[in-house]
Design a protein around this ligand. Structure first.
Ligand code: FAD
Length: 352
């Protein structure tokens, strides 16, 4: 459903509705088993959209949130956040438009404001993995496998302006996207995916929240990376395995979003002390991979100061540094592990 500025009887004008780029909704309803973008390959049930995210496509934030500009009966331009997700939701922000006009030296006329147009049917390259390859992936990743173009676009993008505008404008033809997106559910499935990719000569790119602004989840061009590319969405690995309040330690899976982790830890009366602005969507694994920094770093440190140990799935097994003798290829970390300082060798966290 595409929403453009519409004047209603109450003079409400939607200026920044996160839903408006969600152009696949109608398509999904009417043509559920077909690719949305011409050029995508249709492979039966594998085409179904498995990303049930509430996140907007082509905009930062949730589908049910967004700023709305209303003109009230007295002609005042009042901005409010729609939905009820945030404390600010529904509250009239009557001074925002004058503030923006003043600061940015622009005039905001809602009745003349138009949203950028976008191409409803952008074409992206065909998935290069054969049906038998897709079936192998599907057997491993119990969370789902998708060659649906919207999933592939999102997983080959981040949240930079270039990402958002290329999705909105449909100017995706020159970009390469993952051939497939998979959703493993646990570490064993990740290990199996890595082994399969090594055997089939496929390239894997992990995907956390996709909030990077550095093109970190962009697929390298064919000349640099000729192998087919699979995006491994980590968000189903989102469990808090244990919390040891006494020692201030927690063992958490890498795909958990910051928002979910914060609310889980809140139940124990503890905080992780890491609050990047992207906290609602970015994930623990993404923070570690990008060496993220949060607004409370002066007190708690950056992510590399907060993380005590990581388990890394590689082709030759699982790497871990301080797992207290829990056995090769185990990701189990002993609750009572003292996490002593690293005295010799390379610190695995720094390698990541
Ligand atoms: C509005 C906004 C605010 C932001 N605020 C901050 C901020 O305050 N501080 C800050 O540091 N950054 C910030 N960022 C940038 C971004 O949120 C961080 O870089 C974040 O750490 C990325 O995490 P992610 O889960 O979204 O990772 P993704 O974007 O999904 O991936 C980033 C990289 O990490 C890799 N990766 C992801 N998960 C894993 C995994 N499990 N294992 C191995 N590799 C993995 C990916 O392959 C990719 O290379 C912001 C971005 C936005 C859009």
């Amino acid at each position: 459903a595409m929403k453009l500025p519409i004047s209603t009887s109450s003079n409400d004008v939607v200026i920044a509705d996160n839903d408006y780029v969600d152009f696949c909704e109608d398509d999904r309803k009417h043509r559920p088993a077909k690719p949305i973008f011409p050029g995508s390959r249709c492979a039966g049930s594998l085409v179904s959209e498995v990303d049930k995210s509430e996140e907007s496509f082509g905009a930062w934030g949730y589908k049910d949130s967004g700023f709305v500009l209303n003109i009230d009966k007295r002609g005042r331009r009042i901005v409010s956040m729609k939905g009820d997700r945030y404390r600010i939701s529904g509250k009239p922000l009557s001074r925002l438009v004058p503030f923006l006009e003043n600061e940015m030296n622009v005039t905001i006329d809602p009745l003349r404001t138009s949203l950028p147009s976008f191409v409803a049917d952008p074409v992206i390259d065909l998935c290069e993995i054969s049906d038998s390859g897709l079936e192998k992936l599907d057997r491993i990743a119990t969370g789902g496998t998708s060659i649906y173009s919207k999933d592939r676009c999102r997983h080959g993008s981040g949240q930079s302006q270039a990402d958002i505008f290329s999705i909105r404008r449909g100017s995706l033809q020159d970009r390469r996207f993952p051939d497939v997106v998979v959703w493993p559910d646990n570490t064993s499935e990740v290990s199996q995916l890595v082994a399969l990719a090594a055997a089939e000569n496929w390239c894997l790119i992990p995907f956390g929240g996709g909030t990077n602004v550095s093109h970190a989840t962009w697929c390298p061009p064919k000349e640099k990376e000729p192998r087919p590319i699979i995006s491994v969405d980590m968000k189903r690995l989102c469990r808090v395995l244990w919390v040891n309040k006494e020692d201030g330690l927690a063992h958490v899976e890498a795909g958990i979003t910051g928002g979910e982790l914060a609310s889980q830890l809140e139940k124990f009366g503890v905080t992780m002390g890491h609050e990047p602005d992207s906290i609602e969507f970015s994930t623990l694994g993404g923070w570690i991979a990008t060496k993220a920094s949060g607004m409370k770093r002066s007190r708690y440190g950056n992510i590399e100061d907060i993380i005590k140990d990581v388990s890394v799935v590689g082709v030759n097994g699982i790497l871990g540094q301080e797992r207290g003798g829990t056995g090769k290829n185990s990701t189990k970390i002993d609750k009572s592990n003292a996490f002593g300082r690293v005295s010799t060798g390379i610190d695995l966290r720094s390698l990541m």
